[in-house]
Design a protein around this ligand. Structure first.
Ligand code: NAD
Length: 283
């Protein structure tokens, strides 16, 4: 029986510690502030933004939500980011992705001041992660590192396989595992004999967005399996990229979907916002 790694439980612990830290900062007159921008009416994005606002309230942060119509121009969006960049109440700015197709996502990411870039998507922060000298980590990989820590699995020297090479999950995930001295392989849609590569992993992280893609024959007995995928099945249920029922009996630890990686992502956003508030105040 594998250890089921509960992102909900780990999040609860981390958020309790952050709430204490926030209260101590407030006593010094510092209130962490997050601005979230939502363009258009994508239902999934609306849910994510609502959850982020709720987390801010629970921790005692100041938060602002800017909901813009789907027809917002690039110039209007950049002007809002400029205003938030200059606003001392706001320590973190997050623009919910994906943006409507007529907007240039990369230009938007690059307009957010790197010190307020709590998603850690700005090229300056991506570069900092590459050299291992960073203030902010991208939220999903940062949360996964906390979950691996929870298993007690030492990363140094381990064979780590990351399936998926997106800028927000796969690539930074591989870099964080490398910083902890894992021996890291990144697999993607062109990888040859992916099952054979995956089977070598002591730590397997899957982020591709394909329901139940990883089957039991692709997992080494005793592996730590982290499932990042969030897929909606035709019956409306959520499932991950890993065939949980088949893989759980052979893994040493595994994350469920939902309740695994998902809750950690927002928790790490809150941590980055707290860090941003401290940095802005010389802490
Ligand atoms: P993406 O769509 O940007 O990238 C998918 C990656 O998977 C690509 O690099 C591609 O090369 C690889 N891939 C696709 N098909 C493959 C195949 N057959 N074999 C090997 N590799 C393949 O994905 P993303 O943004 O990294 O998200 C991945 C999944 O994680 C999605 O289900 C997404 O919803 C989920 N996600 C969850 C969280 C969370 O907080 N839990 C956060 C981000 C993303």
């Amino acid at each position: 029986m594998a250890q089921i790694i509960s992102g909900k439980e780990v999040s609860k612990k981390l958020r309790a510690a952050m709430a204490e830290e926030t209260a101590a900062l407030k006593a010094e007159g510092i209130v962490p502030g997050l601005a979230v921008i939502l363009v258009g009416d994508d239902p999934a994005s609306q849910v994510y933004v609502r959850n982020k606002e709720r987390a801010c309230t629970e921790l005692g942060f100041y938060s602002e939500k800017h909901v813009l119509p789907a027809g917002t121009t690039q110039a209007e969006l950049l002007a809002l980011i400029d205003r938030l960049n200059a606003d001392p109440k706001i320590h973190g700015i997050l623009c919910q992705l994906p943006l409507p197709a007529h907007l240039d996502e990369q230009a938007v990411i690059e307009r957010i001041h790197p010190e307020k870039d709590v998603d850690a998507f700005h090229p300056a922060n991506v570069g900092r992660i590459m050299i291992g000298d960073y203030h902010y980590l991208p939220c999903t990989p940062a949360g996964i590192m906390e979950l691996i820590k929870e298993t007690g699995c030492e990363i140094a020297g381990k064979t780590c396989v990351v399936i998926g090479r997106s800028n927000i999950v796969g690539k930074p995930m591989a870099m964080l595992l490398l910083h902890q001295s894992g021996t890291v392989t990144i697999c993607h849609s062109k990888t040859r004999d992916l099952p054979e590569v995956a089977r070598r992993a002591d730590i397997l992280v899957v982020a591709i967005g394909k329901p139940k893609f990883v089957t039991a024959d692709m997992v080494k007995p005793g592996a730590v399996v982290i499932d990042v995928g969030i897929n909606r099945l035709p019956d409306g249920k959520l499932c991950g990229d890993v065939d949980y029922e088949a893989v759980e009996p052979i893994a040493s630890a595994i994350t469920p979907v939902p309740g695994g990686v998902g809750p950690m992502t927002i928790t790490m956003l809150m941590r980055n916002t707290l860090t941003a508030a401290k940095l802005a105040n010389g802490r």
